[in-house]
Design a protein around this ligand. Structure first.
Ligand code: PMP
Length: 391
């Protein structure tokens, strides 16, 4: 295993070595990270559900009733009545016939691509900035892969019109709903129109959109008024829902098929009842406390404006994910470190997670932040950005 030393040295030389920061409190707008209390601009806790009393109470009560775990995969005896209820309610949330809950958003994507794309005569069409789990889904699928330039509808059309795609057995287009590094939204109306014309199945990964955009946070399909027009919606329960898990929402047949063939569903154990109960309680909070979604968007608008006023380039973001463009890996890391010293936690994202020249800090505000915290964070960004010559 000596080669690992060389590999680690290479990762360090290429600024790709990762040593996770350690959270020593609950995930919140202010968090204790590596021994320091900081304004946390890094978590996907969009609606601040991590510490919601009703969600915590649901976890406790489910644990008392069902115990701490299922000790089985879903198809053996790992499906509780809570799992079934969650699938029904997520389908209602997404406006689909049915849904299937899988271990994570990551495995929901890999499982769907792998389960549907089973022949070299199939084609999987993917946006170049799609999440790693879609890329890995493509690797597990037997289909040919076609990648179109980010949100570039002319390029997508060109690909759809090639003889190879036209003559494919099955065609599946996959796009992130909200792109996780840039915070922009997929052009779903045009994607749907093009895909309808070319008989292509549509799949949108709404990991960063569910609970965040559209009426009641129902996601990008609802945001564009496309109910019933997108075949498959993927969601995660680890971001706005603040716990863990993923789901595939679509037709009843899709659920029935996937529960017989989707490998993570078949071969990896199911969620503990407490996790499922927190998702159900989270859905209640989403419906009953719309002020959280409103606050999330008020904070988003406020923080973006503060950063823009300070002179930062915040890219093409339309959502609570706001990149602060730096354009150099070392500078991005230096900015993140200086901000931490100033009491602000915002992680640097370098190559290869983003392209060379697109290195950035990625910030995410939540419904839990207050304007004065965001004002303070923006002031720290301004001070450090100036010191590093970024603005
Ligand atoms: N899709 C996207 C767009 C994501 O950003 C993420 C989370 N990084 C995932 C899928 C995976 O979700 P999970 O963390 O639930 O596995």
């Amino acid at each position: 295993m000596k080669f690992l030393e060389e590999e680690i040295a290479l990762l360090k030389a290429e600024n790709r070595f990762i040593q996770p920061n350690v959270l020593q409190s609950a995930q919140g707008p202010i968090s204790l990270i590596d021994g320091k209390e900081v304004i946390n601009l890094t978590s996907n806790n969009y609606l601040c559900l991590t510490t919601h009393p009703k969600v915590i109470a649901a976890a406790v009560s489910a644990t008392e009733k069902y115990g701490i775990g299922t000790a089985a995969v879903r198809t053996i005896i790992g499906t509780t009545s809570l799992h079934e209820e969650l699938e029904k309610r997520l389908a209602e949330f997404k406006g689909t016939e049915d849904s299937i809950v899988i271990q994570s958003g990551f495995t929901s994507n890999t499982a769907t691509c792998q389960s549907l794309m089973t022949s070299p005569d199939d084609v999987l069409i993917s946006d170049e900035l799609n999440h790693a789990s879609i890329i890995d889904g493509g690797r597990l699928a037997k289909a040919k892969k076609k990648i179109y330039r980010h949100n570039d509808m002319a390029h997508l059309k060109e690909i759809l019109e090639t003889p190879e795609v036209r003559s494919a057995r099955r065609k599946l287009l996959v796009t992130d709903g909200v792109f996780s590094m840039d915070g922009d939204i997929a052009n779903l109306p045009e994607i749907v129109e093009l895909c309808n014309k070319h008989d292509v199945i549509t799949m949108v990964d709404d990991a960063h959109a569910s609970g965040v955009i559209g009426p009641q946070g129902r996601g990008t399909v609802a945001h564009y008024g496309l109910k019933g027009k997108v075949d498959i919606q993927i969601g995660t329960l680890s971001k706005a829902f603040a716990t863990i898990g993923g789901y595939v929402a679509g037709s009843h047949n899709l659920k029935q098929y996937m529960q017989s063939v989707a490998r993570p569903f078949l071969f990896s154990s199911s969620h503990p009842p407490a996790v499922v109960a927190t998702c159900l309680a989270g859905l209640d909070v989403i419906y009953n406390e719309p002020e959280r979604l409103q606050k999330l968007w008020d904070n988003t608008k406020f923080f973006k404006e503060e950063l823009k006023k300070a002179g930062f380039d915040t890219g093409a973001s339309q959502t609570p994910i706001t990149p602060v463009m730096v354009g150099d890996t070392q500078k991005a890391h230096a900015l993140s470190k200086m901000l931490f010293d100033e009491g602000v936690f915002a992680l640097a994202i370098g190559f290869p997670t983003v392209a060379k020249g697109k290195e950035r800090l990625r910030t995410i505000v939540t419904a839990g932040h207050e304007f004065d915290q965001l004002e303070k964070a923006a002031a720290a960004f301004k001070k450090c950005g100036k010191a590093l010559g970024i603005i």
